[in-house]
Design a protein around this ligand. Structure first.
Ligand SMILES: Cc1cc2nc3c(=O)[nH]c(=O)nc-3n(C[C@H](O)[C@H](O)[C@H](O)COP(=O)(O)OP(=O)(O)OC[C@H]3O[C@@H](n4cnc5c(N)ncnc54)[C@H](O)[C@@H]3O)c2cc1C
Length: 460
């Protein structure tokens, strides 16, 4: 049984920097122009662009713990242009040109994050390599080829199909058969980005009331444990924690994602693995895993583990079950058998928000002054930048190319009540896990079980 030297503690990324002490708690009842609930990337990017568009506005962000406490300080550090839900999915409901524009906007958002961090001297270990997605059995290879074919229909993604030899030249993953590579992804240190963004928006006059929990969001006000904050515009940026707000229990389910990080690998091991670039790395399993090579020479890998807790409960400070650590270690050492003796330094988990249609969304109702953004289903690091920027446009009353993108004002139906919700999500992930095992034993194409699961869940 593999164990991690440290678990929870919010995340390795925060342990690396030192956990912040909550600052500037709301002192009591107050009034502002804009209130944003949640100081993750979504809330912080919204505040950043609003401060640019409305320099004289009194903008407040209210955060239950500290900026970057949620998924933004715990994620895998993939600054990726991936469109949550997929382009083909959007093309069923929107004109092709708009869907293509969405992808281009996501590509630009990757570069926008790089630009803004450079402009403000935020050191977040950012390095743009691309993404390598590796197929390790016949069924996965079929999906890699289908993905590459989809890339031909959508050249905006920039997908290239790689042979085994070409894949090995980028990273030598055991049993790789083929891969696809995409250019629009950078590796980041998530907590450094959150910390740097929070400092930048504070410098621009935005107040972040940390250690202040919002109980209810209503038109014109938020009720917190420290008083009522009134404002013309009230924006919800609570992502995987949204179910904890009054009236929002079934809006987005909080899905868990978990991570482990190794100690720094010796140079000899890196030479064997041959991971010379800053490509992020993923496999084609249904219960997929994603990894990065950190700036200080570790591997951080994430995956689903225990996907969902009954009643939409969220985690406390990143705790993670032993069996999830073991699962991620098995995946990682399956990819790289030569690292079996390298210790696991830290393991943690976090929550992300999943709407019933698996599509991210943002919106703003000018009549009530209420807005929201999130539901990124695990691909929100870049999307939060674009969402925050778009929400700021909408609040400021600016009509831009961003405000007409297909994800603006998407409404999904609510999730089923318990116990259907728990049964459905756990059943789904069991099905995907079973499909992965069948495919690993030599199935030639994608398991029917996964095909049916995709249909039932509404993901295909
Ligand atoms: C383990 C893990 C790995 C991931 N890896 C990747 C990846 O590599 N690439 C990628 O694109 N995405 C990844 N994601 C998803 C990505 O991190 C998120 O989509 C993104 O960070 C969402 O940002 P956010 O600001 O919307 O949410 P969060 O960062 O979760 O921020 C929400 C904030 O709201 C606060 N809050 C919530 N409720 C209240 C309340 N009632 N009162 C006050 N404050 C409140 C929370 O404390 C939190 O700080 C990962 C997620 C996890 C958990």
């Amino acid at each position: 049984m593999t164990t991690a030297r440290a678990t929870g503690g919010v995340s390795f990324w925060w342990a690396d920097l030192g956990l912040p002490t909550p600052d500037d708690q709301l002192p009591g009842d107050a009034e502002a122009d804009v209130v944003i609930v949640g100081a993750g990337y979504t809330g912080l990017w919204t505040a950043y662009y609003l401060a640019e568009l409305l320099p004289d506005a009194d903008i407040r962000v209210v955060e239950q713990r500290f900026a970057g406490y949620g998924a933004s300080g715990r994620n895998g550090g993939w600054l990726s242009a991936s469109v949550t839900g997929g382009l083909d999915n959007y093309a069923r409901t929107h004109p092709r040109a708009d869907v293509a524009r969405f992808q281009v906007a996501m590509n630009d958002a990757v570069d926008e994050v790089v630009r803004v961090t450079q402009r403000h001297g935020i050191d977040a270990d950012i390095s743009k390599g691309g993404t390598l997605l590796v197929a390790r059995n016949a069924a996965q290879e079929g999906r890699a080829r289908a993905f590459a074919a989809m890339g031909e229909r959508w050249p905006e993604i920039g997908v290239r199909l790689l042979s085994r030899a070409e894949s090995d030249q980028r990273v030598r993953v055991a049993q790789a058969r083929a891969a696809v590579w995409e250019p629009h992804c950078a590796r980041i240190h998530p907590a450094k980005l959150a910390r740097g963004l929070a400092a930048t928006v504070r410098e621009r006059g935005v107040r972040i009331h940390e250690g202040t929990t919002v109980r209810t969001i209503a038109p014109g006000r938020v009720e917190t444990d420290r008083g009522t904050l009134r404002a013309r515009h009230v924006l919800r940026a609570t992502e995987g924690f949204t179910a904890g707000l009054a009236g929002e229990r079934r809006t987005w389910v909080p899905m868990n994602s978990s991570m482990i990080v190794t100690d720094p690998l010796p140079d000899t091991v890196w030479a064997e693995i041959g991971w010379g670039s800053d490509d992020t790395l993923e496999d084609f399993a249904h219960v997929y895993s994603y990894a990065q090579r950190t700036a200080d020479g570790r591997i951080a890998i994430g995956g689903r583990g225990n996907p969902y807790r009954f009643g939409s409960r969220t985690d406390l400070d990143g705790g993670i079950p032993d069996r999830t650590v073991e699962h991620l270690w098995e995946v990682l050492t399956g990819w790289f058998p030569m690292i079996r003796d390298v210790p696991v330094a830290h393991a943690w988990s976090g929550v992300l928000g999943v709407p019933r249609n698996w599509r991210a969304t943002l919106g703003y109702d000018a009549a009530t002054g209420q807005g929201w953004a999130g539901g990124y289903v695990g691909t929100g690091v870049t999307a939060a930048n674009l969402a925050g920027r778009t929400l700021a446009d909408l609040v400021a009353g600016e009509r831009t190319d961003r405000t007409t993108l297909p994800w603006v004002d998407q409404r999904a139906r609510r999730w089923e009540p318990e116990p259907m919700r728990w049964l459905g999500i756990h059943g789904l992930y069991r099905a995907y896990g079973l499909a992965d095992r069948i495919e690993a034993r030599g199935a030639r194409r994608t398991s029917r079980i996964a095909v049916v699961a995709n249909r039932i869940s509404g993901r295909d």
